[in-house]
Design a protein around this ligand. Structure first.
Ligand SMILES: *[C@@H]1O[C@H](CO)[C@@H](O)[C@H](O)[C@H]1NC(C)=O
Ligand SMILES: *[C@@H]1O[C@H](CO)[C@@H](O)[C@H](O)[C@H]1NC(C)=O
Ligand SMILES: *[C@@H]1O[C@H](CO)[C@@H](O)[C@H](O)[C@H]1NC(C)=O
Ligand SMILES: *[C@@H]1O[C@H](CO)[C@@H](O)[C@H](O)[C@H]1NC(C)=O
Ligand SMILES: *[C@@H]1O[C@H](CO)[C@@H](O)[C@H](O)[C@H]1NC(C)=O
Ligand SMILES: *[C@@H]1O[C@H](CO)[C@@H](O)[C@H](O)[C@H]1NC(C)=O
Ligand SMILES: *[C@@H]1O[C@H](CO)[C@@H](O)[C@H](O)[C@H]1NC(C)=O
Ligand SMILES: *[C@@H]1O[C@H](CO)[C@@H](O)[C@H](O)[C@H]1NC(C)=O
Ligand SMILES: *[C@@H]1O[C@H](CO)[C@@H](O)[C@H](O)[C@H]1NC(C)=O
Ligand SMILES: *[C@@H]1O[C@H](CO)[C@@H](O)[C@H](O)[C@H]1NC(C)=O
Length: 587
């Protein structure tokens, strides 16, 4: 009972302090992460639920809203939630990765508090530590346009979300052990759509699997938001007989283009408009199938859901539709990704057109080339590197160490280009970048698999990708006009991707591969961007509830927590978050 009361008190305290001070509206959520048993592929296993559901609930906000999420860790491991694609302007304290936040110990809670400044679009959150995403804990984030800024398409008749991802019937602790022992992860056991296994599209699918069904009405147009929240596999999404009109990716409206199927790499988010223009002679398959895997070895179940018209005349049957491009012709696959352009005339988070920021006319003042090579043994362990360095997370978060004058936690010597002569090593080595410089970042993939790279705190312009090695003269081939701006980009094996970004968001930001296997083995670093003329405005200070650990552990006050048995159950928490959103919208 005591804990229920404290949550109550917290809400009203938040209500009083939050609303009177902040100019922009706020949304509040209480998220409890815990294990539940589920059998998405017919095998019972522990998955990570948020407020008792898997995948977790959606965070919905509008441009510039303040978002507060009080996260309770009911797992048996430390936890951090990261907000993939949310830029956290001036506020890397809320980013939820180990380099900037102390982990939330089991049975503790931590309230994330951030503003979705100048953002719109589709994103997701997930647990960033210890391979936990492979067991769940993820959910969608939707940032709506402000009322005064129209969408660049007619208001859709409804919204549908697909969280797709490869899936193992073993949990994250087992997968982690596999990597720790120097093995590769191996083929996933299948693909899930919204935490559910496949419709029985053929005899290889076990009986009794719960699959996703989406109910729609003929003639209507839906906005479908798709996120690849999987462990490491690129997926191809398609809806039988229907066109996918690409309209948005990771916060930018795209030039609207129809596709019959679309490749979505790990960590990426897209919105499509889909019009229900078929005659409903049957239900239709929704397919998310593995890409760039060895088909003769794969032989796993594919992700299959059902699109059901209200006037459907019967179940879906027959073979699954196939992707339009063949991965054995990598060029044709890359062409699809190169076709993603921003709509320069539409407005997004701000009233001025997206194309009014002329990124192509800004002089490039710095170059970083980040090379990935296949995992290698370092000091007797299998590790993955970036420019020959496998990242070791310091025990004290880096910016917190700066603020408290703790020295020697990390080094700022991350090489801006691959160093061929040095043997690979483990290090807490990060990038010392110049505030407000305008840089090109080249991701060069000499590893054997597609890698998806993500940079926290930023979105970047994807100006070129090609096979072979990047050379200086390739600058001439950059798209300096309508390149898409986003935060997660794939890099094909034997190929490179070039992005441009303005380093105007002060803080320490994670640069990582989203493929969990490589990330876990150390393929990440951080970029430290500090205004040398800091005036108290370029970067926020640590929040009042900041957690301390490592060298600063003695500053941490103990939390008083309820025992697990008396904790508030997920339903009650959900009702409360709902009430808070209601209250927020009334104020
Ligand atoms: C993961 O699976 C292993 C083996 O089945 C089991 O012993 C362990 O308790 C599971 N861990 C979690 C956190 O569910
Ligand atoms: C933990 O939750 C309580 C309310 O139950 C809240 O007052 C407190 O600020 C939270 N702790 C942190 C570190 O955010
Ligand atoms: C996309 O395809 C739909 C259905 O075939 C069609 O009605 C629409 O005009 C197409 N839109 C564009 C921009 O090509
Ligand atoms: C419409 O439905 C009929 C069966 O009722 C089917 O034979 C026909 O191919 C369908 N037409 C289209 C365009 O889907
Ligand atoms: C796929 O795997 C099989 C069996 O290991 C192997 O013989 C074949 O060469 C592989 N194909 C490709 C394209 O790598
Ligand atoms: C671009 O956005 C405008 C709205 O500003 C819209 O009318 C137009 O159809 C869009 N064009 C494309 C190609 O997506
Ligand atoms: C960009 O560089 C060119 C050539 O070095 C120089 O002439 C120009 O003034 C620079 N532009 C800006 C905006 O700094
Ligand atoms: C291997 O480990 C030792 C001791 O932990 C360390 O001093 C050394 O730098 C490590 N070597 C590499 C290549 O990281
Ligand atoms: C980091 O870069 C700044 C210039 O941007 C330089 O003044 C400073 O000495 C550098 N620090 C280190 C440790 O390299
Ligand atoms: C690209 O560079 C790497 C490393 O220097 C080299 O091993 C490889 O052969 C190069 N590839 C091509 C296509 O030139």
């Amino acid at each position: 009972m005591a804990s229920r009361l404290s949550i109550f008190v917290f809400f009203f305290a938040a209500l009083l302090s939050g609303f009177s001070l902040a100019e922009d509206p706020s949304v509040f959520h209480v998220y409890e992460l815990s294990y539940i048993t589920a059998s998405p592929l017919g095998v019972p296993q522990q998955v990570i639920a948020v407020n008792g559901i898997f995948p977790g609930p959606v965070v919905t906000a509008t441009t510039n809203y303040n978002v507060e999420v009080n996260v309770f860790n009911r797992l048996d491991e430390p936890l951090l939630l990261t907000w993939n694609g949310i830029e956290m302007r001036r506020n890397s304290w809320q980013d939820g990765v180990l380099g900037t936040n102390c982990p939330i110990p089991p049975q503790w809670n931590f309230t994330y508090s951030f503003q979705v400044k100048d953002q719109i679009g589709s994103f997701f959150y997930f647990p960033s530590l210890n391979f936990q995403r492979a067991s769940g804990g993820f959910g969608p984030i939707v940032i709506d346009n402000q009322d005064r800024i129209p969408l660049p398409f007619a208001n859709p008749d409804g919204e549908i979300t697909f969280m797709i991802g490869d899936w193992y019937t073993h949990n994250h602790t087992v997968l982690r052990r596999r990597l720790d022992s120097g093995e590769e992860l191996g083929m996933p056991d299948g693909v899930l759509i919204n935490g559910k296994g496949p419709y029985k599209y053929d005899a290889t699918v076990p009986d009794g699997i719960q699959y996703e069904t989406v109910n729609v009405h003929p003639g209507r147009t839906y906005r479908i938001r798709v996120h690849n929240v999987g462990t490491s596999t690129s997926l191809n999404l398609r809806i039988q007989n229907h066109k996918l009109l690409l309209v948005e990716t990771e916060g930018r409206y795209t030039s609207q283009t129809n596709f019959s199927d679309f490749d979505i790499h790990v960590g990426q988010s897209y919105s499509f408009l889909v019009t229900m223009d078929q005659n409903a002679s049957s239900d239709y398959y929704v397919v998310a199938s593995a890409r760039f895997v060895n088909e003769t070895v794969w032989r796993r179940v594919t992700g299959v859901g059902i699109l059901r018209y209200s006037n459907s005349k019967g179940p879906a049957s027959g073979p699954l539709p196939v992707p339009s491009t063949d991965v054995s012709h990598p060029w044709s696959v890359m062409q699809q990704q190169r076709a993603i352009k921003q709509n320069t005339s539409s407005s997004g988070a701000r009233p001025n057109p997206q194309g009014s920021y002329h990124y192509g006319q800004i002089n490039i003042t710095g170059t970083y080339i980040f090379r990935s090579t296949p995992p290698t043994m370092i000091n007797g362990s299998l590790r993955a590197t970036l420019n020959g360095i496998s990242f070791l997370n310091p025990s004290t978060p880096m910016r917190l160490a700066d603020k408290h004058g703790v020295k020697g936690v990390y080094k700022m010597d991350f090489p801006s280009r691959p160093v061929d002569k040095r043997p690979p090593r483990l290090d807490s080595s990060i990038i010392n970048a110049t505030y407000r410089s305008f840089v090109q970042v080249i991701f060069q993939n000499s590893d054997t698999k597609v890698q998806s790279f993500h940079i926290d705190g930023y979105s970047f312009y994807v100006v070129a990708m090609d096979f072979g090695n990047w050379t200086e003269d390739r600058k001439g081939s950059y798209n300096n006009w309508d390149a898409i701006s986003r935060s997660t980009i794939e890099v094909y094996p034997g190929a490179w991707t070039a992005v441009l970004m303005s380093l105007d968001n002060a803080g320490v930001w994670n640069i990582r591969v989203e493929n969990l296997d490589r990330w876990y083995l150390g393929r990440e670093t951080y970029i430290r961007i500090v205004n040398p003329e800091e005036n108290g405005k370029t970067e926020m200070g640590p929040p009042k509830n900041v957690l301390y650990c490592g060298a600063l552990k003695s500053l941490q006050k103990q939390q008083v927590h309820s025992s697990a048995s008396s904790m508030v159950n997920g339903n009650l928490i959900r009702i409360f978050s709902f009430v808070m959103v209601l209250l927020a919208s009334l104020c």
